[in-house]
Design a protein around this ligand. Sequence first.
Ligand code: F6R
Length: 359
Amino acid sequence: MVNDAASFLDNPETHESLDITGFRDRIGDLPHQCLRAWEQGLKFSLPDDYRNVRNVVVTGMGGSAIGGELLGDLISKDGSPLVTVCRDYHLPPYLGSDSLVIASSYSGNTEETIAAFHDAIQRGAKVVAVTTGGQLLKLAHEEGVPVFQIDYVGEPRAALGYSFLVPLAILQNLRLIADSDEAVLEAAEVLLSLSHRLKPKIPTQDNPAKELAISLHGKLIVIYGGGMLSGVARRWKTQFNENAKTWAFVELLPEAGHNAIAGLQWPKPIGKKACGVLLNTWSLHPRIKLRYQMIEELLGKAGVECRTVDGVGKSTLAQMLSSVLFGDYTSYYLALLNGEDPSPVSPLDYLKSRLKDLQ
Ligand code: F6R
């Protein structure tokens, strides 16, 4: 079965017949996309008074929100302004004229993001839009709000380089954070070499993303993340949902040590069908790393399989993005094993169009 799965994933025909739109190339392009987004973001200037902010809210949903979450995780350590993510119709109560709101929507037509955009304008926040177009572009023009227009064509979740590194560049341009140039260059190099190891041409025996996908096939997936890999863990979960069309959940440490680990016993058939994926990396908080060891032990005792994936690189950014890329490739291979085209997300389209009809 494992051998069958391996030859299935190693056969170019599998990729061509299931991945009709070339999603695999968009995953492989992430290193270059990051560099393009970073260069374009650094050229994007904002009014001087945008510097006078005490907090930053990235508002968006799904693939357009995750970049904000990664940004918050990335800069949480170095005395930078508080960055939070709002995935809702309303912005947090503390928001005001000393806030920077980055409205992030790939399509520009996401109703929650549009509502939050209006909320930000009403509350006198400094607003910037990151989008390809749609309603958000139109509204931003009407309100005189600066727009970073994404020129990338693909699925919103595939535009992560833009949704993550453009807000990072915006904060750097405003001198709200330290310079990230070196980290971005290192991350792009790390991503490039990782992508060479994980791409479809590399046979399963040498390709850890294919191997992981095979061991996750038919399983209920639980991603464990913590610290700077919290948003990354959510990215893994959502990529499994959207690309592989599979059940996947996320548990964050250290919190999971205070509840989730007590819930591994019932229902018994679920434990047998579950597989935990622990996202680790060398620079995580040492107490979180210890907790990983213990969680692995507890999962083992409960008869739940588990696997560990390590981020690579020197900078926090490289460790985060390398883990993201590993997860993206794994979700892609799992999509194929499930007989799915990784690109379309018809339930999302269905929900959006039903809600539109009910306006
Ligand atoms: C689809 C995807 C979704 C969208 C979300 C919001 O690829 O990733 O999670 O990102 O439905 O839509 P946008 O990004 O257009 O605001």
